[in-house]
Design a binder for this molecule. Structure first.
Ligand SMILES: Nc1ncnc2c1ncn2[C@@H]1O[C@H](COP(=O)(O)OP(=O)(O)O)[C@@H](O)[C@H]1O
Ligand SMILES: [Mg+2]
Length: 378
């Protein structure tokens, strides 16, 4: 007779969900993380939520993103226990730091895969991806290089141009040139682009630091504003009366692309931070556009994804000028917003992939990419 061995404890992969962070999109990241934490399949995965404070401390928040009053945006609170990610003989683990009184490191268990739900610099730009890659932790989304290209509107436009994708006319202002000869910079921009223009910090997101400018005085202010966020400013020709279409893309070697959705925002300004997260937004999935326009969006979205070398997921955004019959690629986002106002979940839902399944697929793609030894870069 044999003795019964104890039932094997089911081992579910443990997902580190990172949110908050040092960028000016901290609050947006918290909103996105709320959705992701809700959607992760708890039968298939264990979950460890870690909020990164605005000054960069990693803190353990077992209850996830704090609840906030209506009309206010959530933040990672101060005071939660601080943790670090480290590699040990058991693989990657989360370790709790001792408090000021000293003591030992607390073992908070292994990490099998990370979902960085972070937007903007230090989250979506390759830096956190490099940290995770160097520790050997699989993560959701684009690798270091693709993330760094996508966050940088100047580099992204170079790569898109090389891939033959249609884009709005633009120019670049560098801080040292602006400081040395502002008039020459202004004259060049006005001759090349004409008013209105859009001034943008090269590496930001959520419309932060972006201004629509209609004359020289406003252009000076717009460039100065963008320079507060970055030493590189992208200046674009401003398009009036354009519709904004967005496609979702997921996959590693093989990609799936959604038909475009459309964001319709109230007000006549532009889709600024306030409009994106604090005011009601109407999302139409799929967008009501001619079939050939929808097909072109999906085709360009897949081409943009390939061009930057994305994996996991991305959202590709377009400007559609119905009167002029022009479709232009605006940008690619490698960690698209996953908030209740965001387009990425509903375009997938409309394409037959509900949010919970989408999140499971993204985690599977992350594990697949890391298991495909050498086929994907860090
Ligand atoms: N060249 C442009 N012409 C017209 N509207 C623009 C232009 N560039 C940006 N916008 C408006 O500003 C918003 C934010 O710009 P975008 O380049 O997408 O920056 P972010 O990376 O912050 O999302 C766009 O969604 C659109 O509403
Ligand atoms: Mg955008």
């Amino acid at each position: 007779m044999t003795t019964d061995s104890p039932p094997a404890t089911p081992t579910r992969p443990r997902v580190l969900v990172l949110f908050g962070g040092r960028s000016s999109e901290h609050e947006v990241s918290c909103l996105s993380a709320r959705g992701v934490l809700w959607a992760i399949d708890r039968d298939a995965y264990d979950v460890v939520p870690v909020g990164i404070t605005k000054d960069g401390r990693w803190t353990l928040l077992p209850d996830g993103v704090p609840v906030t009053r209506e009309g206010t945006l959530p933040q990672v609170p101060a005071g939660a226990p601080e943790v670090v990610l480290a590699v040990t003989d058991r693989g990657a683990v989360l370790l709790g730091l001792p408090d000021e009184g000293g003591g030992t490191l607390v073992d908070h268990g292994p990490v099998d895969v990370c979902f960085p739900v972070l937007h903007g610099p230090y989250g979506e730009d390759g830096t956190i991806q490099g940290h995770l890659a160097s520790l050997g932790v699989p993560y959701v989304g684009a690798d270091v290089a693709a993330s760094a290209i996508a966050i940088d509107k100047r580099q992204m436009k170079h790569v898109f141009a090389a891939a033959g994708l249609p884009q709005v006319a633009h120019d670049v202002v560098l801080r040292p040139d602006w400081e040395a000869d502002r008039d020459a910079e202004l004259a060049r921009l006005e001759a090349a682009l004409g008013f209105p223009m859009f001034t943008k910090p090269a590496r930001q997101g959520s419309s932060i630091g972006i201004t629509r400018v209609a004359d020289r005085a406003a252009l000076v202010e717009g460039v100065e504003e963008a320079l507060r966020y970055d030493r590189v400013v992208v200046v674009e020709q401003g398009l009036d009366d354009v519709r904004e279409l967005e496609c979702g893309v997921i996959g590693n070697d093989e990609v799936r692309v959604t038909p475009p959705g459309e964001t319709i925002h109230a007000g006549d300004a532009f889709y600024d931070f306030e409009a994106k997260y604090l005011a009601p937004v109407e999302l139409r999935c799929p967008a009501d556009v001619p079939a050939d326009v929808a097909a072109a969006c999906s085709r360009y979205a897949a081409a943009a994804y390939r061009a930057i070398g994305a994996r996991g997921m991305a959202r590709v955004d377009f400007f559609y000028d119905a009167a002029g019959e022009r479709l232009l690629v605006n940008e690619i986002n490698t960690i698209p917003g996953l908030t209740p106002q965001s387009m990425f979940p509903p375009v997938w839902e409309a394409a037959g992939l509900p949010f919970k399944q989408l999140i499971s697929t993204l985690l599977e793609l992350a594990i697949e990419a890391s298991a495909a030894d050498g086929r994907f870069s860090p």
